[in-house]
Ligand binder design. Structure first.
Ligand code: 8GP
Length: 834
């Protein structure tokens, strides 16, 4: 008699299911099977959408086999695991990435061809999974790719928003409009719903202390369920497949029993839709804190469910709670998951009856915290009344944590009341606030910034007191990175092929440092020609998109400058567009003879503004309205084009990044924690035009300053300039005559009604917090160097090659290896090949 799950029976069955990597017929069969059974469609009425869906389902089959093997192996092996908690996962599309990582791209291309489809067309049917705003969310996506590739046992945890980042539309007057992104309307072929994996989550309610213990009973309030959805994430050229577990909120029984008993049907349905609302939408703020109760509900649901899940897995090992840190490390991607520190305390103390001090010892060995910004407006602090109402037990525990912490501070720094006030987890005032960054530091064994300068600034400014208290060793740097699989192999296949052909192998894709071996090729004319030809082909592809989608004709012989990132005052898209306006004015003034001397420019912008960020939206409006005038002015001809590409996304970036000549990274020094588009653009050969900020510094160091265009005030000088700007202001024309000329042109309605831009210009006239006027002169000087170099295409290409092949350190594989070595203490655990 055979018992369920008999290994022999399963082995045979699985073998029959095996598809060989090169077996195009077997792959075609599996696509057809999904068309006819999963999708219940016929060959006759099969469109590209359905063909994409079936292809994706067939690929998912492959992923799930590997996922199963990974999970089974790791369950048996029980290594220490890392859990990456991120409230944003900006994954983009999955199909191309998956077939590349599985080494089955050719097979799928041929198989779908056999069925009469063009694989590229199918790839374009996929909607982006856009569950993130910008850098922070895309970083998480690169990191889980690297965790899988490096065979590190780890999972990601996040939220399955029904609506990702909004779709950006641009009106006729240049205004950003936001439309919802119902990305799950077409079924998502990449996820597996785990209705059997769900946890109850409580909000509100009351707390009863249990006398003579640290324990309490939290009851009442409302409850809902967090249900797991799993997304398999393949590593490159390995069997290891990571899991991204995303939670969706659901009503606990479909309706609220109390109101059902009362016969109040409407109210019972209402409460179920309340529960579903929690994970309905991603908050569209980047580097900006909003303080909404629903957001705190999202955070708690996500953290509580993830912890319950992790602890359930741990409990199967049958070990003591004290051993938890030997098996579990949780990396917090910014402060959004900080409540999980308190939730772990609550579970250990209230539910598992672990003594308070023991629970604290365990907890503070499990968590590590990554900070992503020093901007004060981005730091999370919850109004205490809101917090207390929603999570009363957690607030009690925070008080206890704070009390113990401040006692320790007082012991170390007796009588230093000011220090205690500065460091407290609770900010005094009306109302009081819970400072999440302080809680994150107090509850973590390691805190890191995301680039050298940023980590230094953290330690010398906003976290200085904590460094003095906890010691230097608790603080470190891990410079960000990007995955070269998506950001070179996938988005720039011809350059990837050139690298592979020249190096003679594909190893560089997992050992990116190896591309430095190609640096001497900068001096090889033939290689330069090949390299330039690829860049031009990528520019042509982009030009075709711009022509067909936006009806803008661009000259591929012009220098393509790209600033592609969220709109934010500190990122200074202003400097860029003001520079474009000045160039326009200069072209207008020039004689036909003089015009011939201009270097042709195509200024490309893309990015979203937070819906409530008025000034950022005004910058978009200015860019769009400038583009309308400039692009249609016969005096300008091909000398200047301005392009704002609407609805920036991961998949749009995959077209832009390989086509860029210049990477525009011009934040006010000291404000951009790292930046990651600087890495993507650099790896694809764009020269850096940037300030001495974030990872620009490390990039310029590696590519050599002579191969980059750095400008602007240094971080160390920014405060003094700011001070002068606001307390000792000089007229704009003195700070920058060129900028004064630009403002005059805007105010003279050159780009439509000038007065609408007053809220944008006035702060720059008045106190110029972001140093736009103070840096404009050196920005223009840097642009002149760009123009000069562009005239010598051979020299330009040399620097472009040197840039690309010096980017070896900026792979997310290096970042993740850093985390594994210096923070997580975890080892690779590759699933054996059989
Ligand atoms: C971003 C930083 O602004 C960017 O420099 C960095 O490259 C990226 O994180 C990844 O580290 N920060 C945020 O997106 C951020 O701080 N968001 C706030 C809501 C926390």
């Amino acid at each position: 008699e055979v018992l369920p799950g008999d290994p022999e029976v399963w082995k045979t069955a699985l073998k029959a299911e095996h598809v060989d990597k090169e077996d195009t017929q077997a792959v075609a069969n599996s696509v057809v099977r999904h068309v006819t059974t999963t999708l219940a469609r016929q060959a006759a009425n099969l469109d590209d959408i359905a063909a994409y869906q079936a292809t994706a389902l067939s690929v998912k089959d492959q992923l799930l086999k590997r996922w199963n093997e990974t999970t089974t192996y790791h369950t048996k092996h029980a290594p220490k695991r890392v859990y990456y908690f991120s409230i944003e996962w900006l994954m983009g599309r999955s199909l191309d990435n998956a077939v590349l990582n599985l080494d089955m791209r050719n097979t799928y291309e041929t198989a779908t061809q056999k069925l009469g489809f063009n694989f590229e067309d199918l790839l374009n049917e996929e909607r982006d999974a856009a569950l993130g705003n910008g850098g922070l969310g895309r970083l998480a996506a690169c990191y889980i790719d690297s965790m899988a590739t490096l065979n590190l046992p780890g999972w990601g945890y996040g939220l399955r928003y029904s609506y990702g980042i909004f779709k950006q539309l641009i009106s006729n007057t240049g205004e950003q409009l936001e439309a919802p992104d119902p990305w799950l309307d077409r079924e998502n072929p990449w996820e597996i719903a785990r209705i059997d994996v769900s946890y109850p989550i409580r909000f509100y309610g009351r707390v009863e202390s249990i006398p003579n213990t640290s324990r309490a009973i939290w009851s009442g309030g409302t409850e809902c369920l967090a249900v797991a959805y799993d997304v398999p994430v393949p590593g490159f050229a390995t069997k290891n497949t990571a899991n991204l577990r995303l939670w969706a909120s659901r009503p606990i029984q479909g309706f609220d029993l109390n109101s059902f008993n009362a016969g109040n049907y409407e109210a019972s349905v209402q409460s179920s839709s309340d529960a579903e609302n929690i994970t309905r939408v991603l908050y569209p703020n980047d580097n900006m804190y909003a303080g909404k109760e629903l957001r705190l509900k999202q955070q708690y649901l996500w953290c509580s469910a993830s912890l319950q899940d992790i602890l359930r897995r741990y409990q199967k090992l049958d070990l003591s709670w004290e051993q938890l840190p030997d098996y579990v490390v949780i990396q917090m991607n910014d402060t959004h998951p900080t409540i999980s520190i308190v939730e772990l305390m609550r579970i250990l103390i209230d539910e598992e009856e672990v003594p308070y001090d023991v629970a604290w010892k365990i907890t503070t060995k499990v968590f590590a915290y990554t900070n992503h910004t020093v901007l004060p407006e981005a730091l999370e602090k919850w109004p205490l009344p809101l917090f207390e109402n929603l999570l009363p037990r957690h607030l009690q525990l925070i008080y206890q944590i704070n009390l113990n912490f401040l006692n320790d501070v007082a012991k170390r720094f007796p009588g230093d009341m000011d220090r205690i006030r500065r460091m407290s987890i609770i900010e005094e005032g009306t109302p009081k606030f819970v400072r999440m960054a302080h809680l994150a530091i107090v509850g973590s064994f390691k805190v890191n910034g995301v680039a050298e300068l940023h980590s230094q600034l953290l330690q010398s400014t906003i976290f200085r007191d904590f460094v003095e208290f906890k010691g230097r060793d608790s603080f470190t740097n891990v410079t960000n990175g990007i995955t070269p699989r998506r950001w070179l192999l996938q988005c720039n296949p011809r350059l990837a092929q050139l690298i592979t052909d020249t190096l003679g192998s594909e190893h560089w894709l997992v050992h990116l440092k190896q591309i430095a071996q190609l640096l001497p090729m900068a001096d090889n004319a033939q290689f330069r020609a090949a390299f330039r030809e690829i860049k031009n082909e990528n520019k042509t592809r982009l030009a075709e998109v711009l022509a067909s989608e936006l009806n803008i004709q661009v000259d591929i012989d012009s220098v393509f400058t790209c600033q592609i990132k969220r709109l934010h005052e500190y990122k200074r898209q202003t400097l860029n567009i003001f520079g474009v306006i000045l160039r326009y004015l200069q072209i207008k003034k020039a004689t036909p003879e003089e015009r011939k001397k201009f270097v042709k420019h195509t200024a490309i912008f893309a990015g979203k503004a937070a819906p409530g960020y008025y000034i950022a939206k005004l910058v978009i409006r200015l860019i769009v309205n400038v583009s309308k005038i400039v692009n249609n002015d016969p005096d300008v001809g091909h000398l200047l084009r301005v392009v704002f590409i609407p609805d920036y996304s991961v998949s749009v970036a995959e077209v832009l990044v390989p086509a860029a000549d210049v990477s525009v990274q011009i934040s006010t020094a000291g404000t951009e924690a790292s930046g990651t588009s600087n890495m993507k653009l650099g790896l694809n050969g764009a020269l850096l035009l940037g300030t001495v900020d974030g990872a620009n510094i490390e990039i310029a160091e590696d590519v050599g300053e002579e191969n980059a265009f750095l400008f602007g005030h240094l971080a160390a000088d920014v405060d003094a300039v700011r001070y002068a700007n606001s307390y000792n202001p000089t007229p704009l024309a003195e700070r920058s005559p060129e900028l004064a000329e630009v403002f005059k042109a805007i105010e003279a309605n050159t780009f439509g009604d000038g007065h609408i831009y007053e809220p944008l210009l006035k702060p720059i006239y008045d106190n110029d917090y972001y140093l736009v006027s103070n840096d404009f002169g050196s920005y223009l000087a840097a642009e002149r160097l760009v123009d000069e170099l562009w005239r010598d295409q051979e020299e330009w290409t040399k620097k472009s090659i040197r840039t690309a092949f010096s980017m070896g350190d900026f792979t997310s594989d290096r970042s993740i290896q850093d985390y594994a070595d210096s923070i997580w203490s975890i080892e690779p655990d590759p699933v054996p090949e059989n």
